[in-house]
Each structure stands twice: as C-alpha cells, then as structure tokens.
Design a protein around this ligand. Structure first.
Ligand code: ADP
Ligand code: MG
Length: 237
C-alpha cells in the first residue's frame, strides 16, 4: 500500500539559499510522524511544498501514490490534506464557534456545518470558550482552534506547524491525547514541534531536518540519542 504522504528529494532555492536540499519523508495512516530540526532548517517551507503553496525546484510530493506536485492547494485539500500555520490565521473578531463554522462551511460536510463545529468544540474541550472571540484567547488556545479549523475539513492527512507553542504543560498533555485519537481514527498526522517532550511521547517516527536535508529518521527512542541529531541542535535556542 502506498504511503499516505511520500515526499521525494525536494529542493527549494530562495535566491542563492537552499532552504530545502533533497529532503524526503513519509507519513502513514494511523501514525503520528514528527518533523523536527533547528530554526531555519526548512520545516515550514517543506509544509508549503506539501500543501501546494510553493512549487519545489526539484522533487515530488505523492499522496496515496499519486503525484500531486503540480496540483494547487485547493485540489490537494480535496485529496484530504489540511494544515495549520505557524503564525495564527484565525478570524480575530469572530467567536471560536464561528471560526469553526466558517471552516466547516468550506468543508465536505458543509450542510451539517453547525454539527461539525459543535463536534470539534467538544473534541477539543473548548465548550466554555465557544462564544469568546478568537483575539481574546491565549496563544496556546488559539492554536488549538487552528487545529479545529483544519479538522473541519475532515482531513485524512493533517500537517501541524508548531501547534503546541504557547500551551502550558497540562494543555500540551491533553493535546498529545488529541493527536493520538486522530491517528487512531486513521488520520496521518505530520507534526512540526519544538516541544521535544511532546514529540518524543506521541510520535511513532521522527524525521530530523537540518539545513534543508533529512539527517536522521527513526523511532523517538533512537532519534533522541543520535549524536548527529544532538550536534545539529547545539547552539540552537
Ligand atoms: P523552519 O520552519 O524550519 O524554521 P523555514 O522553512 O521557515 O524554516 O526556513 C528555511 C530557510 O528558508 C531559512 O533560511 C529561511 O530564512 C528561508 N526562507 C523561508 N521563507 C523564505 C522566503 N519566503 N524567502 C526567502 N527565504 C526564505
Ligand atoms: Mg517554521
């Protein structure tokens, strides 16, 4: 069976700078795949390439064995791909519920948008904040709503760009449980995250990006002690 997501040999050049240099990875159904690396390693750029916001100079992106490298973001979304952004992209003046409703109305279940939004609020434990406007939320909670917006598209492959940034330890632990439940439902989760505790706890497999290249991959227990990985992080805040 083909991987849910297979990225092959992707290169992206900005001016003279190679943000990605032959990077590749796989994400499988029912698994949480981590993508880690120091700041500037190319993680967000790789997400842009996967979701179709940036065309690679070289390489390809395959979803379920189908080459989608030349498809735009909307077509890829129809193949079940959703993502969150590192920078919050919520509608600040809309309530949590309305942010989710807008997303659900764009999704495949749009005739049941209200029910989809209610389900997601419940799943994320945001009931007490449903009527709060997004710009009044602490950052960590705002990120959770972003994840909810991505879920409204009923994705089978979800890319999360530092979703736990700004969360306190209790929120992060609850978030890990949510990620596991998404994977258990059969979703392929690709997680970019700086919180190593979360990555090492929830991921089934971890890819390490440094200077645009994958320098290591494997189960968290192996990655954690890999001297090549430790060296890449030296000097990184
Ligand atoms: P990460 O998400 O791992 O921190 P990024 O993908 O944001 O890394 O950035 C990778 C490299 O590409 C960095 O050197 C960054 O400065 C550069 N870069 C990212 N976006 C752009 C852009 N739009 N134009 C020029 N350089 C960029
Ligand atoms: Mg980034």
């Amino acid at each position: 069976m083909p991987s849910r997501l297979h990225v092959e040999d992707v290169t992206v050049v900005f001016g003279g700078n190679r943000a990605l240099d032959g990077a590749g990875l796989r994400a499988e159904r029912g698994a949480i795949t981590g993508l880690i690396g120091p700041n500037g390693a190319g993680k967000s750029t790789l997400f842009d390439v996967i979701c179709g916001l940036r065309g690679p100079t070289r390489g390809r992106v395959m979803i379920e064995g189908r080459d989608v490298t030349r498809l735009g973001p909307a077509r890829r979304a129809r193949h079940g791909l959703a993502r969150t952004f590192q920078r919050l992209e919520l509608f600040g003046r809309l309530s949590v519920r309305d942010n989710l409703l807008v997303a659900a109305e764009l999704g495949p279940d749009r005739r049941r948008a209200a029910r989809v939004a209610a389900e997601i609020i419940d799943r994320l434990g945001l009931g007490h904040l449903a009527d709060t406007s997004a710009d009044a939320l602490p950052t960590g909670t705002g990120r959770l709503v972003e994840v909810g917006r991505a879920l409204a598209a009923r994705p089978s492959l979800i890319l999360l760009d530092e979703p736990a940034a700004g969360q306190d330890p209790t929120e992060t632990e609850r978030f890990g449980t949510l990620l596991r439940s998404l994977a258990d439902d059969g979703t392929a989760v690709l997680l970019v995250e700086h919180d190593m505790g979360l990555v090492m706890t929830v991921c089934d497999e971890v890819f390490v990006l440094d200077l645009g290249r994958i320098i290591a991959s494997g189960p968290p227990a192996v990655i954690r002690d890999d001297p090549v990985v430790l060296a890449a992080y030296l000097g990184d805040a």
